[in-house]
Design a protein around this ligand. Structure first.
Ligand SMILES: Nc1ncnc2c1ncn2[C@@H]1O[C@H](COP(=O)(O)OP(=O)(O)OP(=O)(O)O)[C@@H](O)[C@H]1O
Ligand SMILES: [Mg+2]
Length: 227
């Protein structure tokens, strides 16, 4: 499948003080593909993901999203882009503890101006899709780790993002729950045509991807896999 690149990062450098986190990383993400970003701890995987998502600004190099350079946008434009086009899943879900699971999933739609009833109706569909409709009325502290991560995936997908950024989304789960989260995440992404940038150091999780990138010492390398 050849489609125009969605996200293109070239020559990314980023240092924290004297510590180089990225040292010339390049990466291209196309619509609909699931890309696993692998590599040892401290190699720059999270920094790369944050640069791609416009959360961290690289010291040099550029990230283009659908041809537009992220660092040329204003902060407001970048935040609006994150809300409309990107979805996020992190290691510990990061759900809002005071809200129910249903309300958590509805947040991205509410932030984009959707009215409560319509947002919650859509949120219910995604909770069903992720097989966690039964915990809709519970708060995150009252559900299991695996359920919480599936709620977080529902929240990342509810607004119809073009790119889902997932940083160790199964890192806190046992292998059975991790596999279930990955299966549901990749199925939903393939059905909606969203691209997934998946940071993981577990080969078992990376096996759900279409392509693997290895980051080592802040440099990225493509590992085309024959599957
Ligand atoms: N906010 C920060 N302040 C200072 N140093 C940082 C910061 N974020 C990352 N670093 C450093 O940059 C380097 C790359 O970090 P990064 O978090 O990108 O690695 P990682 O590959 O995601 O590691 P892990 O697998 O442990 O999550 C590390 O040396 C780290 O200590
Ligand atoms: Mg990390």
């Amino acid at each position: 499948m050849t489609t125009d690149p969605l996200l293109v990062a070239t020559g990314l450098h980023k240092s924290y003080g004297h510590t180089p986190a990225l040292d010339g990383a390049d990466l291209t993400i196309r619509s609909g593909e699931v890309v696993a970003v692998m590599g040892p701890s401290g190699s720059g995987k999270s920094t790369l993901l944050h640069c791609l998502a416009g959360i961290v600004r690289p010291d040099s190099g550029e990230v283009r999203y659908r041809g537009e350079e992220l660092s040329a946008m204003s902060d407001g434009e970048r935040s609006a882009l994150r809300r409309s086009d990107f979805g996020f899943v992190f290691q510990f879900g990061q759900l809002v503890p005071e809200l129910t699971c249903l309300e958590n999933v509805a947040i991205p739609l509410r932030l984009n101006g959707t009215r409560r009833r319509a947002a919650e109706a859509e949120a219910v569909k995604w909770l069903e899709r992720l097989e966690v409709a039964d915990v809709a009325g519970q708060r995150p502290g009252e559900v299991s780790g695996g359920q919480g991560q599936r709620v977080a995936v529902a929240r990342a997908l509810v607004s119809g993002p073009r790119v889902i950024f997932a940083d160790e989304p199964t890192g806190a789960l046992d292998s059975l729950n991790g596999e279930r989260v990955m299966r549901l995440l990749t199925e939903a992404a393939h059905d909606t045509g969203a691209a997934v940038v998946l940071v993981t150091h577990e080969p078992r999780v990376a096996a759900y991807s279409d392509r693997e990138i290895v980051v080592r010492d802040g440099k990225s390398r493509d590992m085309e896999r024959v599957s």
